[in-house]
Design a binder for this molecule. Structure first.
Ligand code: KG4
Ligand code: ZN
Length: 344
């Protein structure tokens, strides 16, 4: 079965065609980074307008690259969580295609899309895939949480941020330092040249008694440092100190979740999974604790429609069909918060 996936929950307009086995036949992403860069963050109304402009050309290109609309068996679309005005653009387009061709339509939770993206098979990238269950650390500009992924399309939250998402913290620190937007890759690059021990910063919510996170205190500590000492001429040490704190708490809690749940498999996802410091520490700690680490290619970690098509295929295989009255939602009702794992 070939599924057309459509994603427009935040600042990427994306369409892709994927088989039910996860083979990626096309994967088109129109980024809005240039639209939002002057504001240092995503502006919802501008995002909706850019989706309106991009959605038809992006879908047409994804279909053309995969062999045309006639080869499609079903349509999957992100219907939440996300910016409602942005979601509605992709949702309307998906309904239009499904109605015009009489194709089955399924809605996909954006987070479920991220959590199963590790099974996507891109040309020339046939990395190993984890067996179920696995623990997943999802770190992006909008989300930071640890999940237990237990069955196709099924996951529950073990811990999550109580304030900022990790990517949001990277972006805000980059803004404080006048580095540009999005800040994550810029902080990552500078951190590689800095000494993480040169500046004292707090480690946010480092206790293992909870798998929740908090990043706003760390961000405030960076702001205080800048207020007291000014923006450093060379911000490498400050970037390294900030990044090391974030990475340590993300990796240590994720691996702790694997150990206490007895699940020796960890999957990374979300845009922050591109961070070199995060990848390096995850590899190191996983190796030391006997946990197999799975890091999908960046194109599968950041927002894309291939993951939506694949998660849609999982729902279709389970018999799910949504009607044309499929609605958008801004919060996730499906991923009910799980109980904290017992300490080992
Ligand atoms: O998943 P994503 O593309 O979009 C959503 O937020 O849904 O993630 C974007 C986030 C931004 O906050 C960006 O600064 C961060 O991921 N990011 C990084 C890196 N690359 C992207 N953060 C740290 N290090 C990176 N190398
Ligand atoms: Zn996302």
């Amino acid at each position: 079965m070939r599924v057309l996936g459509i994603e427009s929950s935040c600042d990427e307009t994306a369409a892709a065609v994927v088989t039910s086995e996860g083979e990626v036949l096309s994967d088109v992403v129109a980024s809005q980074v240039a639209v939002h860069a002057p504001y240092g963050g995503v502006v919802p109304e501008l995002a909706s307008r850019a989706h309106v402009e991009n959605v038809v050309p992006v879908i047409e290109r994804a279909l053309a690259e995969a062999g045309g609309l006639d080869t499609i068996d079903a349509v999957a679309v992100t219907n939440g969580p996300g910016l409602v005005g942005a979601l509605l653009v992709g949702l309307s387009a998906a309904k239009g295609v499904a109605f015009a061709r009489g194709l089955p339509l399924v809605g996909v939770d954006h987070l479920i899309g991220h959590l199963f993206a590790v099974y996507l098979r891109r040309p020339g990238e046939a990395g190993p895939a984890p067996a179920l269950p696995y623990v997943a650390l999802l770190v992006s500009g909008g989300h930071t949480a640890i999940y237990e992924v237990s069955a196709p399309g099924v996951a529950h939250v073990l811990g999550q941020t109580r304030d900022d998402a990790a990517g949001e913290a990277f972006d805000k620190v980059a803004k404080l330092l006048g580095l540009g937007y999005p800040g994550g890759p810029l902080v990552d690059r500078l951190a590689a040249a800095g000494d993480p021990r040169a500046i004292e910063l707090p480690v946010p919510m480092s206790s293992r008694r909870t798998l929740d996170f908090s990043f706003s205190g760390l961000k405030t500590a960076v702001a205080r440092h800048v207020r007291e000492h000014g923006v450093p001429e060379d911000p490498a040490d400050l970037c390294a100190a900030f990044q090391a704190r974030v990475v340590r708490v993300l990796v240590d809690k994720s691996v702790h979740a694997c150990v206490t749940r007895g699940i020796p498999r960890l999957v990374l996802g979300g845009g922050v999974a591109a961070n070199r410091g995060l990848r390096a520490r995850a590899a190191e700690v996983c190796a030391a604790r006997g946990v197999a680490l799975f890091v999908p290619p960046i194109a599968s970690c950041t927002d894309n429609a291939a993951m939506i098509a694949y998660a849609g295929a999982l729902r279709l295989a389970q018999g799910a069909r949504d009607g044309l009255d499929l609605a958008a939602y801004s919060r996730t009702p499906d991923l009910a918060r799980g109980k904290f794992p017992k300490r080992a």
